[in-house]
Write a protein of this length. Structure first.
Length: 344
């Protein structure tokens, strides 16, 4: 299998298809991003097993999403019960760190392994990608197929950084509710826990942009719907710098408190000890850079890695001292439904 990528930008009908062959470069630092065009796929925490990847396509195509489409139903069994026990242990450890004031927020993630009733072949993967595009028109959708680092399907609502109309745009996306439980309410009517969680992310981004001496505007908090879930969001816009600071801005922003915690260094260190799994490319970011499609980097949320007849889903939630384990567990399950719905 050669390295192959499909992606569709939010609100678009055009699919970009990249045939990369063996053309992949491992980057040593975020600051190297933006030096040459390509497609970036970065993990949550770079390592020798999960490096920052830059794909430089040998051939590119663009095609329009089919108007009518149906994918086959895929049955599966999962490991939810085993995962719940592990999550309970990790949650207790996180709460201890919060109560001891070692961190103000920590984002605990978990996995869910699916044992699929059949092998997911190349045609199945393309069909899952198309289904995701049709089901989630407001999300960034990508299918990244690599020989060495696995196959990943992504349907994420969260922007890390993009160039648009001569400006750079990023967002603070955090806090989660379903429409049914009150996600339609105005931001000020959300719980104090949700409002505080999202404000931490927004304040962090503003601080980082200020440290980089980038003039910027900050929007009011608004609701951003992602499939069946709603989040609180704040947009930030800064004029496009005269020199290439893309890599420096990425290095300053990632990982944000939305996927890690606050302070980020302490939270990241604690998570490496508390979580019993490697996040790999979950909670990293991916997207085109300096390409014909522009520069659009999105946080790798609502994702699933695929291997023959196995799928691994990832989801997380921000914990504060006021967090409740049952509420947080349900939130991760709701986030995983984004991928689970594609199999049904």
């Amino acid at each position: 299998m050669s390295n192959h990528i499909l992606f569709r930008l939010p609100e678009d009908k055009v699919v970009h298809e990249l045939f990369c062959g063996e053309q992949v470069t491992q980057l040593g630092a975020y600051t190297e991003i933006g030096n040459v065009p390509g497609y970036v796929f970065s993990p949550f925490s770079p390592s020798s097993q999960s490096p920052i990847l830059l794909f430089r396509p040998e051939e590119e195509k663009a095609w329009i999403l089919p108007k009518r489409f149906s994918a086959r139903h895929i049955d599966y069994t999962d490991t939810a019960e085993q995962e719940r026990t592990a999550y309970q242990r990790a949650f207790a450890k996180c709460m201890k760190q919060l109560e001891d004031n070692r961190v103000r927020k920590i984002v605990l993630s978990r996995r869910l392994t699916l044992h699929l009733d059949s092998i997911i072949d190349e045609e199945d993967r393309k069909n899952l990608f198309i289904a995701a595009c049709n089901n989630y028109p407001h999300a960034f959708i990508a299918l990244i197929e690599t020989k060495k680092w696995g196959i990943w399907l992504i349907a994420t609502p969260e922007l890390l950084l993009e160039e648009k109309n001569g400006s750079l745009h990023t967002m603070a996306l955090a806090a989660t509710m379903s429409v049914e439980e009150g996600g339609h309410l105005l931001p000020e009517a959300w719980s104090q826990k949700n409002q505080a969680e999202q404000a931490m992310v927004a304040d962090y981004i503003e601080e980082k942009l200020t440290q980089l001496h980038l003039p910027h505007s900050r929007s009011a908090v608004y609701l951003k719907q992602a499939a069946h879930l709603v989040h609180l969001c704040t947009d930030f816009t800064t004029p496009l710098p005269s020199s290439n600071l893309l890599g420096n801005i990425i290095e300053a922003l990632h990982p944000t408190p939305a996927v890690c915690g606050l302070p980020t260094d302490q939270a990241s260190c604690l998570l490496s000890k508390i979580e019993d799994h490697d996040r790999k490319y979950y909670a990293g970011f991916s997207g085109p850079v300096l390409s014909d499609a522009g520069t659009h980097l999105f946080v790798t949320l609502r994702c699933m890695s695929l291997h023959e007849n196995t799928g691994t889903l990832y989801a997380g939630g921000g914990l504060l001292r006021s967090s409740d384990i049952e509420t947080e567990w349900v939130e991760t399950h709701r986030k995983m439904k984004t991928m689970l719905h594609l199999l049904q």
